[in-house]
Design a protein around this ligand. Structure first.
Ligand code: FES
Length: 365
């Protein structure tokens, strides 16, 4: 009997020890995961500009520690005091180059006449200055399927495509890049792509300009799905799209119509949709039991109006895809700038893709 009791207590002790170790390991895992999501300070190691349109930055860790690796297509969320009265604005920027063990993160930031954040970045980010940045994040990443890759990037949407191209070339995967731009000056990274196409036989580069100068000898006009399939010689492949929502909507529907499997099409919207931005409308915002009231000042989206008045919302995609910026519309009417990809609940709106049509009352969780 005594033997049985001591055996049982040994089993009990072992069980308690296992629970304790398991619990401690779980806490350590949670801490590590939290730390890896925490923003950190990055320092500008190099800065250059392309044709006054694109700000190219190389960012290194301000504390000198190694930077986490990332998947091609991911982005950083930069935070800067670019709002009215110095309020923090956070905005996602795609990593514009890929390396399996990055010593720096490359960003390509387009100048936007209306964008308070991009204006701030262009003005303040000089070599040696620091900025808050999230770790690389986002689900718009290359899959590991063996099929050929088809990358379609419009405007500044070429930046994640450039990182994906680097990863595809490193993996020896067949890849075709369609770059859609207005004219030669807006063909960002075009020289690099043309050079890579001469060096890698598995890479085809297809730039297409909607309003080129007379001396442009490449493809002209707006591309459509039939033309893409024609260039590819078939509909097989994994398709990655990053451009304005309207362009992606048309291409996605067209590609499916041309026989591309809908599940093989991946897309990422970028940048804030731009609305007409009415001025002088009254916005009442309830948050944490307080109410703030202010007036719109022609901001292109409701999110921009909120941020300009120090109402901080998480806003990873700024294009209606992630759902992070959702707020409750208690009173008033909004205009949706695009059909959002993320589902919205009853009485909910996504301020990143809405403008105010009337005075509004919003409830922020
Ligand atoms: S920021 Fe992603 S839906 Fe608004």
């Amino acid at each position: 009997m005594a033997l049985l009791l001591s055996a049982l207590s040994l089993v009990g002790l072992a069980f308690i020890a296992w629970l304790t170790v398991d619990g401690l390991l779980a806490i350590a895992r949670r801490r590590r995961a939290e730390q890896s999501r925490r923003p950190r300070r990055l320092r500008v190691a190099a800065r250059s500009e392309v044709a006054g349109e694109l700000l190219c930055l190389q960012l290194v860790a301000a504390d000198g520690k190694p930077l986490p690796a990332f998947a091609a297509g991911q982005h950083l969320l930069l935070g800067a005091p670019a709002g009215r009265n110095g309020s923090t604005i956070r905005r996602a920027y795609s990593l514009a180059a890929w390396n399996p063990a990055p010593s720096a993160y490359a960003l390509g930031i387009k100048r936007e006449a209306q964008g308070a954040m991009t204006q701030w970045l262009w003005q303040h980010l000089q070599p040696g200055t620091e900025i808050e940045a999230s770790p690389p994040q986002g689900n718009f990443v290359l899959d590991s399927a063996p099929e050929p890759l088809v990358l379609i990037g419009g405007g500044i949407g070429i930046t994640p495509m450039r990182a994906m191209l680097h990863a595809a070339l490193a993996a020896g995967r067949p890849v075709t890049l369609f770059q859609l731009a207005r004219d030669q000056a807006s063909l960002l990274y075009g020289e690099e792509f043309a050079m890579l196409a001469t060096r890698h036989s598995q890479f085809t580069y297809w730039p297409q300009l909607s309003r080129p100068a007379d001396d442009w000898s490449g493809a002209r006009g707006r591309i459509d799905a039939a033309q893409i399939i024609d260039v590819l010689g078939g509909s097989a492949g994994r398709f990655y799209l990053c451009a304005g929502n309207a362009v992606m909507d048309a291409l996605q529907a067209g590609l499916v119509g041309q026989g591309v499997d809908a599940a093989a099409i991946h897309r990422e919207a970028f940048g804030a949709a731009g609305g007409a931005g009415l001025s002088g409308l009254r916005l009442a915002v309830e948050q944490g039991g307080r109410e703030q009231v202010f007036a719109t000042a022609g901001e292109p989206t409701l999110l921009a109006a909120l941020e300009a008045n120090a109402v901080a919302l998480p806003s990873e995609c700024r294009a209606g895809s992630c759902g992070q910026c959702a707020v409750r519309l208690a009173e008033g009417e909004v205009d949706w700038l695009v059909q959002p990809e993320h589902p919205v609940g009853d009485g909910e709106i996504l301020p990143c893709v809405c403008t105010a049509r009337s005075n509004l009352r919003l409830a922020v969780a």
